[in-house]
Design a binder for this molecule. Structure first.
Ligand code: SAH
Ligand code: SF4
Length: 345
């Protein structure tokens, strides 16, 4: 990272300020454009530090052009990761970042989980994904407005690097985004989530819930055995009490598995007195599993029950499924299948 370069060469602090200004705010495209630095110093930087730790491999653009999925190759080990930009009609440009190669958590319905675990990304690699799109949007007089940690990987199992990347996203001298525009999604690692919040995270928290009771949740998500629903909800209640912030719950709707009226009622039992918002996500089919997407009828009945019981919900519109960029479809199909290190604590 740049801080190391500044330190090694004993450069004055204003060089860092100049760097941050041009790298983050002006979205320069290579170190040659760092015009506030003398040429010899720029050249030295370019020989000693990589501009990006990720190499662009391929860009896929959805038919209606609202979603761009990028396949990056890590320079450190040649493994691939994916990042998605969603351009919403209301003007938001949301980047969905990955924090790992694959994922060790192995939820039954998730393509990333089926890849196994190939390693944690560094903070720089997480930032690179956002800066890639920031540079692209900058050319169109636009910018990244939101960041969601909903790509490959479980953020709570790579917390130190995730926290470092959040510093870059929110520091006024760097990207300077409001933390309200960051969302971290987790499948429910309670101690790490508590640490994130103790460390002062002010962004939004999304919980991948996917089942309204412990028995079903365990079947769909092995992590539920480690951190049972009851404990998870207890921790989240504390969070809501301290912050008064609403938590989002992701709920992938799988036909006949978790989309029946009994499930809607159990969900309502769980949330009727809580500050919560449910995101219903129609299941995106993955090749590795024969689950089916919920039907319109099931979805209608499910939402009728939630409405009747005054539970806040939205149905997430699917973006980018024609380029395999929709939720849970991120998996580098060219990567060799990793020796999956299934669930770790
Ligand atoms: N590991 C974190 C962050 C990834 S977010 C987490 O699980 O929360 C990816 C989101 O997509 C999660 O809510 C996940 O449950 C959801 N998802 C996974 N597989 C899916 C699929 N096949 N269809 C729709 N959503 C899926
Ligand atoms: Fe990992 Fe999240 Fe996929 Fe589960 S849903 S396997 S935690 S990326």
């Amino acid at each position: 990272m740049i801080e190391e370069f500044i330190k090694t060469h004993n450069l004055p602090n204003f060089r860092l300020k100049q760097f941050n200004q041009q790298f983050y705010k002006e979205s320069i495209k290579n170190f040659g454009d760092l015009s506030t630095w003398p040429k010899d110093l720029r050249d030295k930087l370019a020989t000693e530090v990589d501009f990006m730790d990720l190499e662009l491999e391929k860009e896929y653009i959805s038919k209606n052009k609202d979603t761009i999925k990028v396949l990056f190759r890590r320079k450190v080990d040649n493994q691939r990761i994916e990042t998605v930009l969603m351009k919403h009609r209301d003007g938001r440009n949301t980047v969905c970042v990955s924090c790992m190669v694959g994922c060790p958590v192995n939820c039954t319905f998730c393509a990333t989980g089926k890849m196994g675990f190939g390693g944690n990304l560094s903070a720089k690699e997480i930032v690179d994904q956002v800066m890639y799109f920031q540079r692209q949007l900058h050319e169109q007089d636009d910018k990244v407005t939101n960041i969601v940690f909903m790509g490959m990987g479980e953020p709570m199992l790579n917390l130190p690097e995730v926290e470092k990347s959040i510093e870059v996203f929110t520091n006024p001298d760097k990207l300077g985004m409001s933390s309200r525009r960051l969302t971290i999604s987790t499948s429910g690692y309670v101690p790490q989530l508590k640490k994130l919040i103790d460390d002062g995270f002010k962004g939004r928290v999304a919980i991948s819930l996917h089942a309204p009771n412990q028995e079903l949740r365990e079947k769909l998500m092995p992590v539920a055995k480690l951190f049972p629903l009851e404990k998870l909800i207890e921790a989240l209640d504390d969070y809501v009490e301290i912050t008064n912030k609403r938590i989002s719950y992701e709920y992938v709707m799988i036909k006949d598995v978790n989309d029946l009226p009994e499930h809607a009622n159990q969900l309502a039992d769980l949330f009727e007195d809580r500050l919560a918002h449910i995101n219903l996500i129609p299941y995106n089919p993955i090749a590795e599993r024969d689950f089916q997407r919920t039907t319109n009828n099931h979805l209608r009945e499910f939402t009728r029950i939630l409405t009747k019981r005054k539970i806040h919900y939205t149905i997430r519109q699917t973006m980018g499924d024609d380029v395999n960029a929709a939720c849970g479809q991120l998996a580098d199909r060219a990567n060799k299948k990793h020796q999956a290190k299934k669930i770790s604590g």
